[in-house]
Write a protein that binds this ligand. Structure first.
Ligand SMILES: Cc1ncc(C[n+]2csc(CCOP(=O)(O)OP(=O)(O)O)c2C)c(N)n1
Ligand code: SF4
Ligand SMILES: [Mg+2]
Length: 350
């Protein structure tokens, strides 16, 4: 495999296959704090959608409440957008994705929005395999409300005030694997090369793609004693593999020895390439994924990469056997039962 497949930070074309420029994928000016990891993630979202030549008008963005949930305002302003109340994005996104299956959905949430108030909704959305890219911008704190610990904060990590977290962290990747999600990844806002390829793979996936991204909060959780800051994350990041992505319309050139690179063909015909590093990791093995995530916690590693990948899993929309046209564009006479049918139902109930 040519090395360029694994390196994506290089040349970015001036126009994509739709004739659009990267600027066409931009949004409003960010109001987040300088250096916030969330802004770095927005940049990679812009890049991934641009390079994948996704029409922004085909995209629908969702979020809940939090600094992270503000970010859909900072990318793809030409896309549709729905901002839900705190922790309730999954219900809104489920409805929207069911109503128009031609849209490509991306949700941005926070560790508080997902792992605290929104946990119940999140879990059911994963179980149902709603086709949606679901990003958790994970900083271990409630940034918007001034930095209280969230449910993903590591045991023993310290707030600036000296308060120590004595509760165990919730691992959203492990939870998603356990609930049968077909695409589970962990990224780091400080590793854009890996991030952009995870995002491209998620765009190519049909089903729920859970991406937990460690995204440092420079204002409240980036000091010594924090386990979600830039310095700590850089020192503890452990790559499962190097990730490459080849879109369906490009040739794959392999020049690595057999067994060194695992190829996974995605729903849209693109290929994800996973170049083995030290360990032999099979991302389609649930037990291996769960045990590796547990090992990482015990060893104090911040494990990143495609933790679990099974593209063949049926999405909820496929299971529902919906008609070809999006439900939202069906005419009234096709969705409303006739007067006679309603009268018959009433008679049957009597
Ligand atoms: C029902 C409700 N409860 C509490 C709040 C207060 N609140 C706003 S954002 C937030 C947490 C945000 O944390 P997170 O989702 O991790 O996002 P971050 O700001 O860290 O990116 C809370 C508790 C609210 N807006 N609504
Ligand atoms: S408070 Fe933290 S999470 Fe919120 S914008 Fe500032 S750095 Fe980012
Ligand atoms: Mg947070």
């Amino acid at each position: 495999m040519a090395d360029s497949v694994l390196k994506t930070a290089g040349d970015v074309p001036k126009e994509n296959r739709l004739g659009l420029k990267a600027l066409d994928y931009g949004g409003g000016k960010s109001t987040l704090c300088a250096g916030c990891g969330h802004d770095a993630i927005s940049n990679q979202i812009i890049r991934a959608f641009y390079e994948m030549s996704v029409s922004p008008e085909r995209v629908v963005k969702f979020s809940g409440i939090g600094c992270s949930s503000k970010t859909p305002a900072y990318f793809m302003s030409r896309a549709h957008g729905l901002n839900a109340v705190h922790g309730r994005m999954p219900a809104v996104a489920t409805g929207a994705m069911l109503a128009n299956k031609n849209l490509l959905g991306i949700g941005v949430s926070g560790d508080g929005d997902t792992a605290s108030i929104g946990l119940g909704q999140f879990m059911h959305m994963v179980r149902r395999n709603i086709p949606l890219i679901y990003i958790i911008e994970n900083n271990g704190v409630y940034g918007l409300t001034k930095g209280q610990f969230s449910a993903t904060a590591d045991e023993g990590s310290k707030l600036k005030s000296g308060v120590i977290n004595d509760l165990p962290p919730m691992d959203l990747c492990a939870l998603a694997v356990e609930l049968g999600c077909g695409f589970v990844a962990r990224g780091f806002a400080g590793d854009p090369k890996q991030m952009v390829n995870i995002l491209k793979a998620a765009i190519a996936h049909d089903g729920m793609a859970v991406i937990d991204v460690i995204s440092p909060c420079t204002t409240f959780n980036n000091h010594e004693g924090s386990t979600k800051g830039y310095q700590y994350s850089k020192e503890h990041q452990e790559l499962l593999h190097q990730i490459g992505f080849v879109p369906s319309y490009e040739q794959i050139e392999i020049d690595y020895a057999p067994g060194e690179v695992k190829k996974v063909v995605m729903h849209d015909g693109s290929t994800v390439l996973l170049k083995k590093l030290e360990e032999d990791y099979d991302p389609s093995n649930t037990l291996q994924a769960l045990s590796r995530l547990h090992e990482a916690v015990e060893a104090g590693q911040m494990l990143t990469g495609l933790v679990f990948l099974k593209p063949e899993k049926k999405s909820f929309l496929e299971m529902l056997n919906l008609v070809e046209e999006p439900l939202a564009s069906l005419s009234l006479d096709r969705v409303r039962p006739s007067r006679e049918a309603l009268a018959q139902i009433m008679r049957d109930l009597m």
